[in-house]
Design a protein around this ligand. Structure first.
Ligand SMILES: *Cc1c(COP(=O)(O)O)cnc(C)c1O
Length: 367
């Protein structure tokens, strides 16, 4: 009975994730296109005419800056770490799970840290890498990844030789109340799950609504986000779902080939077990082994982190390049907000009403 099955694209509510969470931007949007977007997010596409308007771009990015100042204050209070709101706020907040690949992100941070140490004169646009995640109670590997992020943060944030070019922050107790503030302040939305593993994602939509371009794989609703905003307003990288599934079914992927031929990646992995980030050289041994050694039914690097590493690093370079061009970035950011109309949960619910529930509409009179 295939007619009894169908899919609905997820959505989020603009009342919480823009109106309540980002009042500065909400007011700006209303000033430009009126308040209809609050109950009909498709109206937000009216912002598109401002994409090339320099005044609108400046106002948009100034609001982003003020939201970054607000988050920087929260980070100083909660983490005791000073972050520069002029740096790129590169954000990955979501449940901690191996398929979501927070490990890829933090390994890339280590890679950048190595690059800056090796080439101190290198042009590098300052970045603040912000993580937020909870690990479920018994998920040992997830907790180890949180430990690694915090250990890298301790080393990088306190290394005066890199002049604060990289800061790493793990925000505790990630939850809707602080998430609102985090989305509002994000420059880059990290949506880097192994292709084929993420059913949809909704965090990606919250970032988009708040004007943060997606840095991501062609997975889950990232595919639809790219459809709406255009590939030129996102940073896509990595294996496709078909490629991942093909490797899973037929083999042919060996991370050791990458480890043995790419010395920079090898260097990053060695730092997990040579005491760089922990005096206890065994602390991150399991993470290291999981990337290189097949154990029972667990294939080495199940989530294709090494396979996607170079492609991810290259996409991150494109992010930096785009961010340096202020007008280009402002246009991208603004277009992400303007093209987010599809991702309202109002639209999702309406589709259920139309296709499945067949309910009649009740008009509620306001006063
Ligand atoms: C939106 C949201 C999620 C889901 O995030 P994904 O990136 O889609 O996994 C999880 N936790 C909180 C607190 C959220 O607001």
């Amino acid at each position: 009975m295939p007619e009894k099955f169908n899919n609905k694209t997820n959505g989020i509510t603009q009342r919480r994730f823009l109106l309540h969470g980002n009042p500065l931007l909400a007011n700006w949007v209303t000033d430009h296109i009126g308040p209809e977007w609050i109950t009909d997010l498709s109206q937000i596409s009216k912002l598109k005419i401002y994409a090339d308007d320099e005044k609108a771009q400046q106002e948009f990015m100034n609001i982003k800056y003020q939201n970054k100042v607000r988050l920087a204050k929260y980070i100083l209070e909660h983490n005791g770490v000073e972050v520069d709101p002029r740096s790129i706020f590169d954000v990955q907040v979501k449940r901690l799970h191996e398929y979501k690949r927070q490990l890829l992100n933090i390994l890339h941070v280590i890679y950048l840290y190595d690059q800056i140490k090796m080439h101190p004169e290198m042009d590098f646009y300052p970045r603040t890498f912000i993580f937020g995640a909870k690990a479920s109670a018994g998920y040992h590997t997830a907790k180890k990844i949180i430990k690694l992020i915090n250990s890298v943060a301790d080393v990088v944030n306190n290394d005066a030789s890199i002049n604060g070019k990289i800061k790493v922050v793990f925000i505790e107790n990630y939850r809707v109340s602080n998430a609102e503030m985090i989305f509002a302040a994000a420059d880059v939305s990290e949506q880097i799950s192994t292709a084929s593993k993420e059913a949809s994602g909704t965090g990606n939509m919250k970032f988009m609504l708040n004007g943060a371009p997606t840095l991501g794989t062609m997975d889950g609703a990232n595919v639809e986000i790219v459809e709406e905003v255009g590939a030129e307003n996102a940073f896509i990288f990595g294996l496709s779902s078909d490629e991942v599934i093909n490797y899973e079914n037929n083999g042919g992927y060996d991370p050791n080939v990458i480890y043995n031929t790419d010395w920079e990646i090898r260097n990053v992995l060695m730092q997990l077990i040579n005491g760089t980030f922990s005096r206890d050289t065994e602390l991150f041994r399991d993470l290291y082994d999981s990337l290189l050694t097949t154990k029972n039914t667990d294939r080495a690097d199940r989530y294709f982190i090494l396979a996607d590493f170079r492609s991810y690093a290259e996409a991150q370079k494109r992010v930096e390049e785009a961010y340096r061009d202020e007008k280009r970035w402002a246009k991208m950011a603004l277009l992400n907000t303007a093209c987010s109309g599809k991702f309202s949960s109002d639209r999702t619910i309406q589709e259920y009403v139309d296709d499945i529930w067949h309910l009649d509409k009740v008009i509620v009179k306001n006063k």
